[in-house]
Structures are given as C-alpha cells and as structure tokens.
Write a protein that binds this ligand. Structure first.
Ligand code: ADP
Length: 447
C-alpha cells in the first residue's frame, strides 16, 4: 500500500479523495494555487504545496510543478480526481518515469480512449455496441454525404479530440451537411488543436446511460451497474441516478457483462466509465472516460462500495476487494450537482458564501469543499457541491430528496438549488420519463 498520496485537484473531489486516504491510513499531500490557499482540502491535508498562480495552466495543469511537489514531499502516488490532468496520458507516463504511481489506467489506455475515433474502433473490436457511422475520420464532403445517406439523417459530426460536450454539430438534411462539417472541423481545430471529425447517426430521443467498470490490474474486470445521466444542459450532466429508471435487471446484467468482459480483454486497470446512448432498447457506445466520474457517489450509494478505496487498492497492486457476485444493487440514489450559477441563465456566480447549511439524516450525503465565509474564486468550475440521496426505492429517494433540498441553505451567491426544487416536483421526473433533450426543452419553456 502507498505511504503518501498527492492529490492533484481541488474542490469537492480533492476532499473526497482525501477522506478515502485518511480512512486507509495513508498520508496526504495536496497541491493548490494561490487562489485556493483557504480551501478546505488544504486545511485538512497532512501537507500542502502551493504550485502557482490562479490560472489552471499555471497550477493544476502544471505537470512540472506537480512532479516537483511529489519529489519534495516524497509522495509515492498521485490521485488526479476528475478534470485537470486526470485524462492526460503524458502526465501518467511522466509519473511512471519518476517511479510515482498514477492512480488510474496506463498512459496507453488513456491515449486510446482520449481519441474518440480510436476509442470507438476499440469498443467495436471488444464487442461493445456502437452508434452507426463513419469508420474513421472524415475530411471530404463527398465522403460525408455518402456516409450520411447510408446511415440516414439526422447525423452528428463530432470531434475526435472532443470533450466536455464541445465540437459537435448536427445536420438534419443533406443541405446542412457541408456547413456542419466545416464548422465542426474549424471549431475542433481551434478548441483542441486537432481538426479530425467523424460522423454518426444522431439519435433523437436517447437516454444517456453509463456503466461503471473496474479493471483489477490482474486481467479481470467487473461492472458496478449503470447511472442514468440523461438530464443535461449543453451536454453537461445536471442530475444523475442509479439505477436507471429505464432499465430492468436483465438489461443491466447484459450490458454490464459486455462491459466487464471488454475491460478484462483490454487489460485495463482501475476505474472507468463506458458511456452509451440508449434508445428503443438498444445501447450505442459514445465514449469511455478513464477516470473517476463526478457522479460516482450514486453508484457508491446503491452498492455500498467506496470506489476511491478500490482505485487506490488496484493502483497499489492489491486488486479489488470485491468480485462481480459480491456487487449488489440496493435501492435507488440520485445526485444533484449544485453549481454557483444563476438557476435560469446559468451565469456563474462567484463570491462569498455568507451562510452554508447542509441537510442531514438517513440516506443523505453532501460532498462539498465549501463552508460559511468561503469565497468562491472566479477561476474554476462552478460546481460547489453534490447532494446525493439514497432510498429503498425511487419513490422514497425522491421524497427524501425533496426534503433535503428544502433544508439546504447557501446564502450570499446564486446556486442551482431552486432548479432542483422545481425538478423534484415535476411529473415527468417523478415518472423517470425523460431523455437527453428533456431539460433543455423544460428550460426553454421557462416553467
Ligand atoms: P463529450 O466527450 O464532449 O462529453 P460525448 O460523445 O460523450 O462527448 O457526447 C456528449 C453528449 O452529446 C451526449 O451525452 C449526448 O447528449 C450528445 N450526443 C453525442 N453523440 C450523440 C449522437 N450520436 N446522437 C445524439 N446525441 C449525441
């Protein structure tokens, strides 16, 4: 087991990882920018190292400084959290070259999955169902027209290097195709420095369902069931559930089994998420994330298993603490992402939190790094906390969620809490009847 883990992140996820390390008796080092000197993860860690000024590229993305912080403090492993360097293959390689363990998969696996064209090809080879579309990158309009006609409109043009919902354009008819191809390529080039794009069938009413997987580091793979993340705004997840209200136990074990086998065949190590669109009873792979996800707590709630403990165990060579048959799904869990944003316009609302009171009681978990008097810096993501609620079934979970949202107080800044208070009373949400476009349409109606 590791002696000392350096946490290369900030906010709620830095605290989340820190808690797991403390439980396992591992010393913790956190790195932080000058803007985060007062952050909770800095206060609670055994050691902290300031690695630079506020902009992420000079601090949380500064590989040099992070490696130096490991050397200075003698950390033998790094947990990257999510975002920042968590899916940076070069970072994983550099740490390995310094004999520091990256708590995540190999650089090569990160590289394959970070290139969406390569990821899709790999998924197909491993027997994972994919969205019909081009076999690789598409550059010529003529070729794009041929493929689109073959799979049928509407189609979506996606950037191979895409991420965070960026670099996607939909073409509803052949007349839209040329412009969609051109804009997608130039946006991808500008945003990611790589203008490779590919085409796939645009699914009109899918749900976003993702499977949590783990490679044990010895060639074995398991799945921890799925999460339904269909409630999205601008392709960003807002509300997540486990299990999905749309799947039955048989479908769950079928898609889970396919994913677990694929992970084993790939020789993958650590946590991963295989994301699908789900429509008319069919799954279509869209991408794989090679890290811990923001929404992992809903899986923890229904399985009772700490996924960060498992990540640390696997990375240290100790394998998983559970086998597939030990992983049971109990009840239902929902996570609401609480952002420091206007609940209607979603404009960021940094500033000082004058009062912060979190709900409690049976089945309630709040993962947050903020506190009364904390000043939210304007430089980073606006996620300030996650409310995760568990119940014996979805009805009980929703009842408890409504009560917890009523109890939650965040004064001094705007947050997305009022949006969740509205959603929890909505009939479609109560029925679990929504697809990936539901929230955008709801917001556009201004209810
Ligand atoms: P990113 O890495 O940028 O998040 P994804 O490939 O995961 O990109 O897609 C993000 C979101 O975009 C999906 O959750 C879905 O809402 C939408 N999307 C992606 N591909 C398709 C598709 N083929 N049809 C319909 N919607 C899609």
């Amino acid at each position: 087991m590791f002696q000392k883990i350096l946490i290369a992140n900030r906010g709620e996820i830095a605290l989340r990882v820190l808690r797991a390390c403390k439980e396992l008796g591992i010393q913790t080092v956190v790195v932080h920018s000058t803007a985060d000197a007062d952050a909770m993860h800095v206060r609670l860690a055994d050691e902290s190292v300031c690695i630079g000024p506020p902009p992420s590229r000079d601090s949380y993305l500064n590989i040099h400084q992070i490696v130096a912080a490991c050397e200075i403090t003698g950390a033998d492993a790094v947990h990257p959290g999510y975002g920042f360097l968590s899916e940076n293959a070069k970072f994983a390689d550099i740490l390995a070259a310094h004999n520091i363990t990256f708590i995540g998969p190999s650089g090569d696996h990160i590289r394959i999955m970070g290139d969406k064209i390569e990821a899709k090809r790999t998924a197909k080879r491993l027997g994972i169902p994919v969205v019909p579309g081009s076999d690789g990158a598409v550059t010529e309009e003529k070729e794009a027209r041929r493929i689109a006609a073959e799979i049928g409109y509407p189609v979506i043009i996606k950037a191979s290097a895409g991420g965070g919902g960026r670099g996607m354009k939909v073409a509803h008819t052949e007349a839209d195709l040329e412009i969609a191809l051109q804009t997608a390529r130039s946006e991808a080039g500008a945003a990611f420095g790589d203008d490779a794009v590919y085409i796939e069938k645009y699914l009109e009413k899918p749900r976003h369902i993702e499977v949590q997987v783990f490679g044990d580091g010895f060639g074995g793979g398991v799945h921890f069931g799925e999460r339904d993340c269909s409630l999205q705004r601008r392709h960003q997840k807002v509300w997540e559930e486990a299990n999905s209200p749309a799947l039955n136990a048989e479908e769950r074990s079928r898609i889970g089994g396919i994913c677990a086998k694929a992970i084993a065949d790939l020789g993958y190590s650590g946590a991963g998420t295989i994301e699908f669109l789900y429509e008319n009873g069919e799954f279509y792979f869209i991408e794989m994330n090679t890290r811990l996800q923001v929404e992992h707590p809903v899986t923890e709630a229904i399985t009772g298993i700490d996924l960060v403990h498992e990540q640390i165990r696997v990375a240290s060579g100790g394998g998983l603490s559970v086998k597939q048959e030990d992983i049971k799904f109990n009840g239902h869990a929902i996570e609401c992402r609480i952002n420091a944003e206007d609940p209607r316009t979603f404009t960021p609302s940094p500033g000082t939190i004058t009062h912060f009171h979190t709900p409690g009681g049976l089945g309630i978990r709040v993962d947050s790094g903020v506190y009364s008097g904390y000043k939210i810096p304007p430089y980073y993501d606006s996620l300030i906390g996650k409310l995760i609620v568990h119940g014996r079934n979805r009805v009980e979970c929703m009842m408890r969620l409504r009560r917890a949202l009523d109890e939650f107080v965040v004064d001094g800044i705007k947050t997305t809490l009022p949006l969740f208070r509205d959603l929890v009373g909505n009939a479609d949400i109560a029925n679990g009847d929504y697809d990936i476009h539901w929230l955008e349409k709801y917001l556009a109606r201004g209810e």
